[in-house]
Design a protein. Structure first.
Length: 459
C-alpha cells in the first residue's frame, strides 16, 4: 500500500498514530522507518550514566536520523548528552534534561547550535553561574534545579552584560539555598514572568532583588510554592503587597497559618484559582476570610488536598456560585459530615470539574446527592474511592449530560457493568480512566465506535 502514497501523506499518517502503532511501523520497511523518523517531533529517552564515546556517538547518530525533532526529554543528564543534542538537533525548541548537572560551557554550545530553543529544563551544580543565559535569545520557559553542597560561597560573579529584561514567561527554580545570592542577576533581569514556581527552596537567594522582581513583575499571574516552608511567610507578604495581577496561587507541603491569613485578608489581586495541600496549616478561619475578601468573589477553582482541620462551615463559606472547579482530595470532612456534598452541590450551578479522589470511606449517597445538583459537570474524578458502587456511576450518567472525562481508577466497588453503562450511555464522553479488567467486550466496542480514549491501569 505504501507504494501508492506519497511521502508527505505517509508522514502525516504516522504523526497521528499512537505510540504502540508507530513502533510497529518501523518494522514494515526501510522507507517507513525513514518516514517515521522524519515525521517524529518528540522523543523521550532514558540514558543512564556512565557514558562512553561509543554510546554518545550512537546517540548523536540516532538523533540526526530525526531531522524535525522539536522536543526532547533525556533522562540521565550531564554534558555528554547535552553536547550530543547540540550536535544533532538544530530545530530543537524544547529540552528537558533531568538528572546530572550540566556546565555553562555545554549550555553556551547549545545556544549557538539550537537558535530556536524556547524551553529548557536542566540541573546546575554549585557554585552557580548564569553567564550563559543571555545567549538564549528565544527562551520563554526556564526550569533550573540546583545541585551540590550549600555553602556561603555559592555567589557567582556579577555578570557585566545586563540586558533590560529577559523575555521569560515561565520560571521554575528548585533547591535554592541561603548561599545562592548570585540569583540576583536572574531576579533583576526577569520582568515579564507570568508563572513562577519554587520547589524545595529554603531561600530566594538575594531577598532585595527578589522583592524588586515582584514589584516590577506587573504581569505575574501564577505562583507555585512546593515544600518551601521557610520562605512561605515572606513570599506571601510580598505577594499581598505587590502582585495585583496574581490569578493563581498554589501552596503544597509547607505553609504558614499567619502568612496565608495575611495574604487572604490583605491581597488586592483578583484571585481565580487557589490550590492548597496543607494538612496542618489550613483552618476554617482561612476559608471564612476567603469569603469575606471581595476581591476573591469570582474564585473559579478551589482545590484542597489532605486538609484535615477544616469543617463544613468553612467550606460552605468559601465555595461560591462562581466556582467551576472543586477538588476535595483526601479531605476527611467529606466523610465526617454527612450531607455536606449535597449542601455544596445546591449552590454550584456553574461547576464543571469535580475531584473527590482518595476519599476512601465516601459512599454512593454523598456522590449521588451532589451530582444530581451539578448537571453541567464535564469532568469527575473519583480515583481511590473504594466504597463507591455502580449506583454512583449510574447517577452521573443520568444527571450529567455534558460529561466528557471520568476517572474511576482504584474504585473497587465499581464493576464492569457500571463502566459499560458509562461508556455506552454517556453521549459526550471523551475519556475514561479505569482498570483494563473492568472493560467488558461491549464497553471496548462502544469506546472504539465513539472514539473514547481509555486510560487503563493494571493493579
Amino acid at each position: 500500500m505504501d507504494k501508492h502514497l506519497c511521502d508527505e501523506l505517509l508522514e502525516e499518517i504516522f504523526r497521528r498514530l499512537s505510540l504502540p502503532s508507530s513502533a510497529a511501523v518501523s518494522l514494515v520497511s526501510k522507507r517507513c522507518l525513514r518516514l517515521l523518523r522524519s515525521s517524529t517531533t518528540h522523543l523521550s529517552l532514558n540514558f543512564p550514566s556512565p557514558y562512553n564515546p561509543t554510546t554518545i556517538i550512537s546517540l548523536s547518530t540516532f538523533l540526526s536520523d530525526h531531522p524535525y525533532l522539536s522536543s526532547i526529554s533525556l533522562t540521565g543528564g550531564g554534558d555528554p548528552l547535552l553536547l550530543a543534542v547540540a550536535d544533532s538537533c538544530p530545530n530543537l525548541r524544547q529540552l528537558h534534561l533531568p538528572g546530572d548537572p550540566v556546565s555553562p560551557f555545554a549550555l553556551c554550545t547549545l545556544s549557538a547550535a539550537c537558535l530556536h530553543l524556547s524551553s529548557i529544563s536542566v540541573s546546575l551544580s554549585r557554585p552557580l553561574s548564569l553567564h550563559w543565559l543571555p545567549c538564549f535569545t528565544s527562551l520563554k520557559c526556564l526550569s533550573l534545579s540546583f545541585i551540590g553542597p550549600s555553602t556561603q560561597d555559592n555567589n557567582n560573579l556579577e555578570i557585566e552584560e545586563n540586558r533590560d529584561t529577559f523575555d521569560l514567561e515561565s520560571l521554575s527554580l528548585s533547591g535554592i539555598s541561603a548561599g545562592d545570592s548570585g540569583l540576583s542577576f536572574l531576579w533583576r533581569n526577569c520582568k515579564n514572568v507570568k508563572k513562577l514556581q519554587l520547589k524545595s527552596c529554603e531561600s530566594v537567594g538575594d531577598h532585595a532583588s527578589f522583592s524588586e522582581f515582584l514589584k516590577s513583575s506587573n504581569g505575574l499571574k501564577e505562583v507555585e510554592l512546593r515544600t518551601c516552608r521557610s520562605i512561605v511567610d515572606s513570599v506571601l507578604l510580598k505577594l499581598a503587597a505587590d502582585c495585583i495581577s496574581l490569578q493563581s496561587l498554589l501552596l503544597h507541603d509547607g505553609g504558614s497559618k499567619e502568612g496565608l491569613l495575611h495574604f487572604i485578608n490583605h491581597s488586592k489581586c483578583r484571585l481565580k484559582r487557589l490550590d492548597l495541600r496543607l494538612p496542618l496549616d489550613l483552618e476554617n478561619a482561612h476559608l471564612i476570610a476567603l469569603s469575606q475578601n471581595p476581591n476573591f468573589e469570582n474564585l473559579k477553582s478551589l482545590r484542597l488536598e489532605s486538609c484535615c482541620l477544616v469543617s463544613g462551615e468553612g467550606l460552605r463559606a468559601a465555595v461560591g456560585e462562581a466556582v467551576e472547579e472543586l477538588a476535595l482530595i483526601n479531605c476527611d470532612v467529606v466523610e465526617r459530615e454527612g450531607g455536606l456534598l449535597a449542601a455544596l452541590g445546591q449552590g454550584l450551578g456553574n461547576l464543571k470539574e469535580l475531584d473527590l479522589s482518595r476519599n476512601e470511606r465516601m459512599g454512593d449517597k454523598d456522590v449521588v446527592s451532589m451530582v444530581v445538583s451539578c448537571e453541567g459537570l464535564e469532568e469527575v474524578r473519583l480515583r481511590g474511592c473504594g466504597r463507591l458502587s455502580d449506583a454512583a456511576v449510574a447517577a452521573m450518567v443520568r444527571s450529567c449530560r455534558n460529561l466528557e472525562r471520568v476517572d474511576l481508577r482504584c474504585c473497587g466497588g465499581i464493576g464492569g457493568e457500571g463502566v459499560e453503562a458509562l461508556v455506552v450511555k454517556a453521549v459526550g464522553l471523551r475519556r475514561v480512566a479505569v482498570e483494563e479488567t473492568k472493560l467488558t467486550p461491549l464497553a471496548k466496542v462502544a469506546a472504539a465506535n465513539k472514539c473514547i480514549q481509555i486510560v487503563s491501569t493494571f493493579i
